[in-house]
Ligand binder design. Structure first.
Ligand code: NAD
Ligand code: TYD
Length: 360
């Protein structure tokens, strides 16, 4: 049975990936989810898989070399999917240190532990072992007037402490291929949206605020462009890269769905209006009047956009979920998970681990 070590599996994309993998492979794989449960880690995201015999949660910090090496010693890991990171640009502007510690040094710990566990006496690696670093399109910097897309060959030019730290982890991962032929892949993905996303990011924040009649903060002129991808499509892409990708290669993953932030906000407001029933008291709260222009983010990248040509040609992946459909699925999920949102915004989700795992 193939064993996956997923780091950061209690976060937004990691938990969606774990759900995707169990939906796809059922009992034929084992997943070990290693997560430190920072503010962004929420085990409620994984309630429906935690009783599975082929799922194990381990609370550990990827910066903790001993703890990570112990996991590799205990389990015969075949695949690493490395999501764990500090992921929010605004937080990185306020406190860059933790971004370097987790995203750079934590990645180095993961690479070294996997290398130590997998390396054969002759310096090669067994054929089925693979380490995937989940990178971001933000490592490429910002597209400006006249630019086309980010390609795998676009030079790195990160601007925020977040993207600089992700670029460092990304380059370290590549260096392990170049230097040791350690079996890696890197995926650089555009902005994700979907279930379980923490409401500090644009889409869940706007949905949550609009439903409560709270202001909708728009940074700067609202015309910054992001390329939004439904999170299940990302999970599928990661799996396909691990199955079919060429070792040592980077694959860009994008949604073919570029939109200005202000357009996203209008689409969310219109979709909420369509989906809320006439007698729902929240319908009267959802309004364009909530849109509030606020001070711009420092160093705000203007546009991100990916041409996912390489992954389509080599691997056959393409984004399947149209934004109109994906945003409805996301809003429907938030409608059905009011309790989740309440727990996240009140901080109660952090009690779940203590209760569930009976930690004193
Ligand atoms: P997230 O913030 O929702 O989740 C991160 C997870 O990592 C959390 O569960 C957290 O507890 C865990 N974590 C943080 N520090 C840790 C540490 N030191 N040790 C162990 N676990 C730790 O992030 P996300 O949005 O799910 O992003 C996952 C990955 O995908 C990140 O590497 C991010 O850079 C990348 N990515 C995200 C997006 C996006 O749109 N969200 C786009 C492209 C790439
Ligand atoms: P975000 O979801 O933080 O993702 P990223 O910065 O990684 O792209 O932000 C997406 C875009 O939305 C970005 O251009 C910043 C903007 N934004 C707002 O205008 N208002 C907000 O409240 C937030 C959180 C983001």
């Amino acid at each position: 049975m193939r064993t996956y070590l997923v780091t950061g599996g209690a976060g937004f994309i990691g938990s969606n990936y774990i759900h995707y993998m169990f939906r796809k492979y059922g009992d034929s794989i084992r997943i070990i989810n290693v997560d430190a449960l920072t503010y962004a880690g929420n085990l409620e995201n994984l309630k429906d898989v935690e009783s599975r015999d082929n799922y194990t949660f381990i609370r550990a910090d990827i910066r903790d070399r001993e703890a990570i090496e112990k996991i590799f010693a205990e389990y015969d890991i075949d695949r690493v999917v490395h999501f764990a990171a500090e992921s929010h640009v605004d937080r990185s502007i306020r406190n860059p240190e933790i971004f370097v510690e987790t995203n750079v040094l934590g990645t180095l710990v993961m690479l070294n532990a996997a290398k130590k566990a997998w390396e054969l006496p002759d310096g090669t690696y067994p054929a089925d072992k693979r380490f995937l670093y989940v990178s971001t399109d933000e490592v490429y910097g910002s597209l400006e007037e006249g630019d086309t897309y980010f390609y795998e060959t676009t030079p790195f030019s990160p601007h925020s402490p977040y993207s600089a730290s992700k670029a460092s982890g990304d380059m370290l991962t590549k260096a392990y291929w170049d230097t040791y032929r350690f079996p890696i892949n890197i995926t650089s993905c555009s902005n994700n949206y979907g279930p379980y996303q923490f409401p500090e990011k644009l889409i869940p924040l706007i949905i949550n605020n609009a439903l409560q009649g709270k202001k909708l903060p728009v940074y700067g002129d609202g015309k910054n462009v992001r390329d939004w991808l439904y999170v299940d499509d990302h999970a599928k892409a990661i799996d396909m890269v691990q199955e079919k990708g060429r070792l040592g290669e980077r694959y860009n993953i994008g949604g073919h769905n570029e939109k200005q932030n202000i357009e996203i906000i209008h689409i969310i407001l219109e979709t909420l209006q369509e989906m809320l029933s006439e007698d729902d008291p929240r319908k009267a709260l959802v309004s364009k009047d909530l849109i509030t222009y606020v001070e711009d983010r420092k160093g705000h990248d203007r546009r991100y956009a990916i041409a996912p040509d390489k992954i389509k040609e080599e691997i056959g992946w393409y984004p399947e979920t149209m934004f109109k459909e994906g945003i409805r699925l996301t809003i429907q999920w938030f409608f059905e998970h009011e309790e989740w949102m309440k727990n996240v915004t009140s901080g109660d989700y952090q009690k779940y681990y203590e209760e569930m795992y009976q930690v004193k």
